[in-house]
Design a protein around this ligand. Structure first.
Ligand code: ARG
Length: 474
C-alpha cells in the first residue's frame, strides 16, 4: 500500500515561511483524522472544478484532463484500499492535492487555481451532508415501517393511555406506536428542509472575495447537482448554518427516540410488563443472575445528550466569529460527524430492538381496567343525553368518589341502583359504554384511537414512507 508522505510536514504552500513548522504545532492544527471521511466528496468537488478550469481555458485542456483522470484514479485507489490517507497531512484538501502533485508533478499544482480551502470545505461539507443525510432519512423511513408493521397487528390491542404518568383513558397499542411515528415523519421533513437550504454551490467564493479568473460557477454547480449558487462570497465561506440546521434536526430526532426509549424502559419493568425485549437486544447483570436489562433503550436515551452537546458546541463555536472564514470553524466537523454517527446508530439499534420485541397484550388490557379510565366516557354518555359537560363531569366525579370510598376499582362494577342514584339520565345501557373496548371504539374521529381511525393513520404513514422511498429512488 502506498502512502503519500509529506516528510517535513511542510504543505505545498509553505514558501512564505523561513522556518519549518514546529511538529507540535502541526499536530495541534491537523484535522485529517476527522475530515478524512470526506475524501470522496473532496475529490468529486475537485474533479468538477478541474473540468471547468479546462473548459474555460483557464488551464490547458490536456492538463485539466490529466488532473481529472488522476483524481479519479486516486479516488479508486482510496476506495479500493490501495492508497492510505496520510495521518500527517494537515487536512483532506492538502492531502489530495499532495497526492495529485506527487503523481503528475507540476500539472497537479494547477488544480487549486481560483479556489481556496475556504470555499472548498464549504462545498465538501455540503456534498457529504447530502449523501449522509439521505442515508439517515432512509433509516427513518425504515423505522417508521417497522413501527407501522407492529401497529397493524395491534389496532384492537388495548393499552392504557397516560397523562402525568397516571392512567387517563384507554387507547390501543397501534395508536401509541403511530404516535411514535408522526414525530419521525417531521424529523424526516426537517432534514429535507435542511437539505433544501444547503443546496447552493459555494465554489468560486475563493478565500472570501471570489476570483478574478473567469470561473464558470454555474457549470460546477450543474456538474455537482446543485440547484443554485451561493450569492455572496463572504457569506459562502463564513456560515455553517447548514451544519447547525442538520445537527438541530438530529437533536430533535434524538429527543423523540429518547422519549420512546424512556417508555420502553418503563414498559419492560415487572410493574408495567407491556413489552419483552428480545434476549439479543438486552443485557445481563454482573451480580444479579436473574436480570434482563433494557440497556439499549437506556443507551439511546443517554446518547441523546451527546447530540445536544454537539449542537451546543457548534452554536458556541459560531456565535462570536467575525466574517469571513476563521479557523475556529474547522472544529465543526467533529461535532457534525459525532452527532450524525450517534443519531444514525441510535436509529438502527432502536429499529432492531423494536422489530425483535414481543408485546404482552394481556398485561396491557388488564391495566386498562381499574383506575376509572372510563370516567370521561361516563361524562360523554351524559352529554349525549343532553347534560352540560361541566355538570356531567361532576356526576362522573361523584360516581368515581363513591367507587373509591367503597373499594370498587372499576365503575362498571357499581350496581345499577347505586349508579343511577347519581343522575336520572343514567340508564341500564350505561355499562355498554364503560368497557375499555367501548371507550376506544367511541373515539372514532380523525386522529382518534378507534381501530377505524387508526387504520387511516396507518394508511397515511404507509403512503408517507412509500412516497418518500420512491423519491429517493428517482
Ligand atoms: N480544514 C479547514 C476547515 O475545515 C479547511 C479550511 C482551511 N483554511 C484555512 N485558511 N486555514 O475549516
Amino acid at each position: 500500500m502506498s502512502v503519500a508522505k509529506n516528510d517535513n510536514h511542510a504543505p505545498l504552500w509553505s514558501g512564505r515561511f523561513k522556518d519549518s513548522p514546529d511538529a507540535d504545532a502541526v499536530a495541534f492544527e491537523t484535522s485529517i483524522n476527522v475530515d478524512a471521511r470526506m475524501v470522496q466528496d473532496d475529490i468529486r468537488g475537485s474533479i468538477a472544478h478541474a473540468e471547468m478550469l479546462g473548459r474555460r481555458n483557464i488551464i490547458p485542456r490536456e492538463d485539466s484532463q490529466l488532473i481529472v483522470k488522476t483524481l479519479s484514479v486516486i479516488a479508486d485507489d482510496i476506495a479500493g484500499g490501495r492508497l492510505e490517507i496520510d495521518p500527517s497531512a494537515e487536512d483532506i484538501h492538502s492531502f489530495v492535492e499532495a497526492v495529485l502533485t506527487d503523481r503528475i508533478g507540476d500539472t497537479g499544482r494547477k488544480l487549486h487555481t481560483g479556489r481556496s480551502r475556504n470555499d472548498q470545505i464549504a462545498l465538501d461539507e455540503r456534498l457529504y451532508l447530502r449523501r449522509a443525510l439521505e442515508e439517515l432519512q432512509a433509516e427513518i423511513l425504515s423505522l417508521i415501517n417497522t413501527l407501522v408493521s407492529v401497529a397493524e397487528k395491534h389496532t384492537g390491542t388495548l393499552l392504557p393511555g397516560y397523562t402525568h404518568m397516571q392512567r387517563a383513558q384507554p387507547v390501543t397499542l397501534a395508536h401509541h406506536l403511530c404516535a411514535w411515528c408522526w414525530p419521525l415523519t417531521r424529523d424526516y421533513g426537517r432534514i429535507a428542509d435542511a437539505l433544501k437550504r444547503m443546496d447552493f454551490m459555494p465554489l468560486g467564493s475563493g478565500a472570501l472575495a471570489g476570483s478574478g479568473l473567469p470561473l464558470d460557477r454555474q457549470a460546477v454547480a450543474s456538474a455537482l447537482g446543485f440547484s443554485a449558487l451561493t450569492q455572496n462570497s463572504l457569506d459562502a465561506v463564513s456560515d455553517r448554518d447548514y451544519c447547525l440546521e442538520a445537527v438541530s434536526a438530529l437533536s430533535i430526532l434524538m429527543v423523540h427516540l429518547s422519549r420512546c426509549c424512556e417508555e420502553i424502559v418503563l414498559w419492560s419493568t415487572e410493574e408495567f410488563g407491556f413489552i419483552s425485549l428480545s434476549e439479543s437486544w438486552s443485557t445481563g447483570s454482573s451480580i444479579m443472575p436473574q436480570k434482563k436489562n433494557p440497556d439499549f433503550a437506556e443507551l439511546i436515551r443517554g446518547r441523546s445528550g451527546r447530540v445536544f452537546g454537539d449542537l451546543i458546541s457548534l452554536l458556541t463555536m459560531m456565535k462570536g466569529l467575525p466574517l469571513s472564514y476563521d479557523r475556529d470553524m474547522q472544529e465543526d466537523k467533529q461535532s457534525l460527524f459525532s452527532a450524525y454517527d450517534t443519531a444514525f446508530s441510535c436509529l438502527k439499534v432502536f429499529n432492531r430492538m423494536i422489530a425483535s420485541a414481543s408485546w404482552n397484550t394481556g398485561k396491557m388490557k388488564a391495566s386498562c381496567t381499574g383506575g376509572h379510565a372510563n370516567a370521561t366516557d361516563l361524562a360523554d354518555y351524559l352529554v349525549r343525553r343532553g347534560m352540560p359537560f361541566r355538570t356531567a363531569h361532576g356526576v362522573a366525579a361523584s360516581v368515581v368518589r363513591e367507587c373509591i370510598d367503597s373499594g370498587i376499582t372499576d365503575m362498571s362494577l357499581l350496581p345499577f341502583d347505586r349508579f343511577s342514584a347519581h343522575s336520572e339520565l343514567i340508564g341500564e345501557d350505561v355499562y355498554e359504554f364503560l368497557s375499555p373496548e367501548a371507550c376506544v371504539s367511541a373515539r372514532n374521529i380523525p386522529g382518534g384511537p378507534a381501530p377505524e381511525a387508526v387504520a387511516e393513520q396507518i394508511k397515511a404513514l404507509k403512503d408517507f414512507t412509500a412516497c418518500n422511498l420512491k423519491q429517493t429512488e428517482m
